[in-house]
Design a protein around this ligand. Structure first.
Ligand SMILES: Nc1nc2c(c(=O)[nH]1)N[C@H]1C(S)=C(S)[C@@H](COP(=O)(O)O)O[C@H]1N2
Ligand SMILES: [Mo]
Length: 315
């Protein structure tokens, strides 16, 4: 139903298990060759899972594309849509470097040709306690990482947003001062989180290329983590040995950590995370208050990644 007008050809949900088995096999081969960290194992352990998409009602396309957090454009929710209107993402290149056997600089058009595009309907839970249900098109990050052949030293993955104040005017706000971040925006994942099949690089939303305000032309999605981990407009992906210092952790380490797993029991220092405002559309009755779920409801797929960890300390 959502697949009309796609320039790429997303697989629909019924085909999801097949798509996942295929990529699982790819990763198993890589693993046998010893080129990927053993931590990647859960990636294909989930190969039987029929679908990762939720059947909850979708948030309206208007809300998804006009209620945004993208500080490189604006600090307000409606600002990014207005200021990104003329953003021309293409041509776009992505560098994959660091602890890899084969560092790569890939053109976005080539990435689209190489990757299996799937559709995933994910919950997005912002740390500000609102949430949406969004139909994305994209590919599993592990497929892209496999091209560069991570070495066993690549224990973490570091992501960087485009740094270009002419095109991302919010980057003219300096690194100092209230509500200013040190550009470029940086995020990080553990390698097993990055290799998890839920971890997606989105290239489209509602069957159309990603608009600027949603992170054109490609952005990360880690649906069990707070939205700020889902870094937009990515230009560089580096395999690294140590946990990268992500932007929000750098700006307020007591409020935002490295993991940022959605957890209703761990309050933000300034507000509760026990519930959230689900945004359905922009009308007066278009939101409802719902309970927040541990790992944003993806625990059956990801809880094993954190077995034995203290989720309060590792927030
Ligand atoms: N580069 C960059 N990525 C970013 C942000 C940002 O300000 N800059 N905001 C984050 C936050 S806080 C959220 S909630 C999501 C919002 O994604 P959406 O606007 O597509 O819903 O993007 C995340 N990715
Ligand atoms: Mo957010």
């Amino acid at each position: 139903m959502l697949l009309k007008n796609t320039r790429v050809n997303p697989r629909i949900d019924e085909h999801e298990s097949q798509v996942i088995s295929e990529t699982g096999y790819l990763n198993r081969r890589q693993l046998l060759k010893g080129t990927l960290a053993a931590a990647a194992l859960p990636a294909f352990a989930r190969a039987q899972s029929p679908t990762y998409s939720t059947t909850e009602p979708l948030t309206s396309e208007y809300s998804v594309t006009h209620y945004n957090n993208f500080y490189e454009f604006a600090l307000s929710k409606d600002g990014p849509a207005r200021l990104a209107k003329d953003f021309q993402p293409l041509p776009w290149q992505v560098t994959i470097d660091g602890e890899v056997e084969k560092p790569l600089i890939l053109d976005f058009a080539d990435i689209l040709k190489k990757m299996q595009i799937v559709e995933r309907i994910y919950r997005l839970r912002c740390v500000e306690a609102w949430s949406m249900v969004i139909p994305w098109q994209g590919f599993e990050l592990r497929e892209l990482l496999a091209l560069a052949k991570p070495t066993s030293k690549g224990k973490y993955v570091r992501f960087e947003t485009l740094h270009d104040p002419k095109r991302l005017p919010g980057q003219k706000r300096g690194a100092l001062g209230f509500f200013s971040l040190d550009w470029p925006y940086v995020e990080g994942l553990r390698i097993d989180e990055a290799m998890h099949p839920l971890t997606l690089m989105a290239t489209g939303v509602f069957g159309k290329p990603l608009p600027g305000q949603n992170g054109a032309p490609l952005r990360l999605l880690i649906p069990w983590k707070y939205g700020f981990k889902s870094i937009k407009s990515v230009v560089r992906i580096s395999l690294v040995e140590k946990p990268p210092l992500n932007t929000w952790q750098q700006s307020a380490p007591n409020e935002y950590g490295f993991y940022a797993n959605v957890n209703p029991q761990v309050a933000h220092p300034r507000w509760s995370q026990a519930s959230e405002r689900r945004i359905i559309d922009e009308s007066f009755f278009g939101t409802k208050r719902i309970d927040t779920q541990l790992f944003n409801g993806y625990g059956e797929f990801v809880a094993e990644l954190y077995r034995g960890m203290d989720l309060t300390r590792n927030y």
